[in-house]
Design a protein. Structure first.
Length: 184
C-alpha cells in the first residue's frame, strides 16, 4: 500500500526541461490515446482495491510541456468517461488549461463529477493568485455552486517571494469566507 488516497499520473515521461519524452514515430496519436485508456482500465481495479483514485493530468504544451500528449481538458474528460471507473478522475489544473483554452473554467464546471482534484496558479506566469488575469474568487465560488467539494491545491512559483505568496493566499481565503464560501 502506498498510504495515499490519490495518485497523479502523466501520459508520458517528463524530461528535466519540462518537455515530454516523445512517443516513437510509428505510434499515432490515436494509438497513444488507446494506450492511455487501456492502461487506466488495467489500473482502475488495483486503485479500487487500494481505496485510491488515479488522477490523470492534462498539461499545457504551449509554455511548459512541449510534446506532452494530453493537452486538452476535453480529451482528458473523454478518456476518464471511456475508462468508466470512479477510481479514475481528472486532475484539472486551471493554469495549464487556461494557457491552452481561454475561459477553460466553463469546461471544468460542466464536468465536475469527473474531477478528482484541482490545481490553481495565475495566468500568465504560473504565479500565486492575484498576480495575473484570473478571477479566483469567481472561479472558486462557481466551483462550490457547481457542487465541487474536493481539494484545491496551489501549484505556483511565487512571484515576489514565499511570504508575499502566503499573504496573498491568506487574503484569498478571507475573501472567500466573506463571500460565504466554506474554506478549511
Amino acid at each position: 500500500s502506498l498510504g495515499c488516497d490519490r495518485l497523479m499520473l502523466l501520459t508520458q515521461e517528463e524530461l528535466p526541461d519540462g518537455s515530454a519524452r516523445p512517443a516513437p514515430p510509428h505510434v499515432t496519436r490515436a494509438e497513444q490515446r488507446a494506450n492511455v485508456v487501456t492502461g487506466l482500465k488495467a489500473l482502475a481495479p488495483l486503485a479500487e482495491r487500494e481505496g485510491m483514485t488515479l488522477l490523470l493530468e492534462p498539461l499545457n504544451t504551449r509554455v511548459d510541456h512541449p510534446g506532452y500528449f494530453l493537452d486538452s481538458a476535453r480529451e482528458g474528460f473523454a478518456i476518464v468517461e471511456e475508462v468508466g471507473s470512479p477510481h479514475v478522475r481528472l486532475l484539472y489544473d486551471i493554469y495549464h488549461m487556461e494557457v491552452m483554452e481561454r475561459e477553460s473554467t466553463r469546461a471544468l464546471l460542466r464536468h465536475i463529477p469527473l474531477v478528482g482534484h484541482i490545481h490553481i496558479a495565475d495566468v500568465p506566469g504560473r504565479h500565486e493568485p492575484g498576480t495575473g488575469a484570473l478571477d479566483f474568487i469567481g472561479i472558486l465560488r462557481a466551483l462550490g455552486e457547481a457542487g465541487y467539494t474536493g481539494a484545491v491545491g496551489f501549484e505556483f512559483a511565487p512571484q515576489a517571494g514565499t511570504d508575499e505568496a502566503l499573504a496573498r493566499i491568506t487574503t484569498l481565503r478571507a475573501q472567500l469566507r466573506s463571500h460565504g464560501c466554506e474554506v478549511s
